[in-house]
Design a protein around this ligand. Structure first.
Ligand SMILES: [Fe+2]
Ligand SMILES: [Fe+2]
Length: 192
């Protein structure tokens, strides 16, 4: 990779407000802890965490333009703008920062939506994003508790909280998130 860890941190942190960078640092820290706890690669987990929100504060117009220009997920354009930064983030990680590891790129790409058949690294980064120390929403402590013993239980609770929140506000739910949640429940039932 062309960028050292420090250079990457510098480049990414300069693209977001200080508060969001605090969040990213929390996700880095938590992703490493979860990776070690559940047997994922902590170096890959931290790299994905550093970059996961790289495009979060880009203007919506720029995100939209990148999605169209580079033929990124067409489907996503029909759903909440909040989801776009993940897809664009994976593209930027690869094409601007030279990340070539497909697992890392997928963990960035699916950190908000989840997906069917989430890989270990996807789960770690997605869960770290839910439960980093700066997060404060109803149910976050329950997610942290569950994460002490089960990655899938904790992540399923995270998706439930997102879906519940969207339902209560009569907002549109990205179908992949529902599928990701159902898939986790299936995995949990299969293992119980
Ligand atoms: Fe994000
Ligand atoms: Fe995030």
């Amino acid at each position: 990779m062309e960028y050292s860890r420090e250079e990457l941190i510098e480049a990414v942190s300069s693209q977001m407000p200080a508060k969001r960078w605090e969040h990213t640092k929390g996700v880095m820290e938590t992703a490493v802890i979860l990776a070690k706890r559940f047997g994922a690669d902590p170096v890959k987990a931290e790299l994905a965490a550093i970059l996961h929100d790289v495009a979060k504060y880009w203007p919506v117009q720029k995100l939209h333009q990148m999605m169209v220009e580079h033929a990124l997920s067409e489907e996503l354009l029909h759903y909440d703008k909040q989801l776009w930064h993940a897809e664009v983030g994976a593209f930027v990680a690869e094409h601007e920062y030279g990340v070539t590891d497909a697992e890392v790129l997928d963990a960035i790409r699916y950190h908000t939506s989840g997906r069917i058949g989430m890989k270990l690294l996807d789960k770690v980064v997605c869960l770290a994003d839910y439960m980093e120390p700066g997060r404060d929403f109803p149910g976050v402590n329950n997610i942290r508790e569950l994460a002490n013993h089960s990655l899938e239980e904790a992540l399923a609770a995270g998706f439930d909280s997102t879906i519940g929140h969207l339902l209560s506000r009569r907002q549109i739910i990205f179908p992949l998130t529902v599928q990701a949640r159902n898939d986790l429940i299936k995995q949990l039932e299969a293992n119980s």
